[in-house]
Design a protein around this ligand. Sequence first.
Ligand SMILES: [Zn+2]
Length: 342
Amino acid sequence: MIDAGHGGHDPGAISKDRKLYEKNVVLDLALMLGDKIKKAYPDVKVIYTRDKDIFIPLYERADIANKNHADLFISIHCNSVNNTKPSGFETYVMGMDHNAANMEVCKRENSVILLEDDYTARYQGFDPNDSESYIMFNLMQNAHFEQSLIFAELCQNSMKGGPVVKNRGIKQGALVVLWRSTMPSVLVEVGFISNPQDMAALASKDKRQQIAGELFNAFEKFKEQYELSGDVEEENIPETAPEEPAQPVAEPAEPESPLPSSAEQDTFFAVQVFAISKSLKPDDPVFKGAEDVRKFNAGKVFKYTVGTFKTEEEAAAAALKLSSDFPGCFVVKLDNSGIKKK
Ligand SMILES: [Zn+2]
């Protein structure tokens, strides 16, 4: 799913000379990226939130991705500040671990909802310009946080080749466009329209091709990993230590039929409800009273699973029920050493 930011009556950031509009730059990049993917992988279904200059509300963008069961969501944007100095590219994943600078980016990108009809009802009273309002994202649940981080890392590494020079790294932010998506999702800020060097790169068709090529390379690497393992290899989580053994945070409730205890049958199934950078207690309200909450430490990320199931089918049935509370939750295989690769 390729999402070109803004569009229609929402121009996004505009260059000082008013010649370059974010909405046009990112649409061009989105279409270039889509073309490259289609050419290299005719079997991959590329979907755009928009392929022309039209306005699409933020909530609809994630909806389109969810309805199409997209495997990956990339939202493309340009940065802008009231200062010509800041430059470079950065990639956002949905998260609450953000500083003042990230908050400014989130406010700017989220403020698009003010152009939508009926936004107060739609976003539960959320005010994109009020920092206090962001508290509502605190209980944000995203089962795909670590895959999003992996893809963000691939995008950042790939864009190191220029033409936008400065690598500003991976950031977390409460971005409405990523909030409701139920697949690995990132928002890439490819460069600053407010910076003369970045702007020159973004204005050049050739350099846009180069940036689209870099995003394509990131996609290609992600696809390889994704297909190799059926899921993304945990070894590739950026800057994280190897996974530690399973450490149930609470003694699981007495199961009705005890789990088989022979070594061979020590594997069982659970539902991964989310993975976030925060350590939580099993009775945290975020788990909504789910049973057998387990926490797995994978470096920067804590993964949380609920339930204990003997068969994958039972776990899948539970995951289906849980998905209304935990969008994007999925079945994992566990044993005494932790989450097993599929
Ligand atoms: Zn934008």
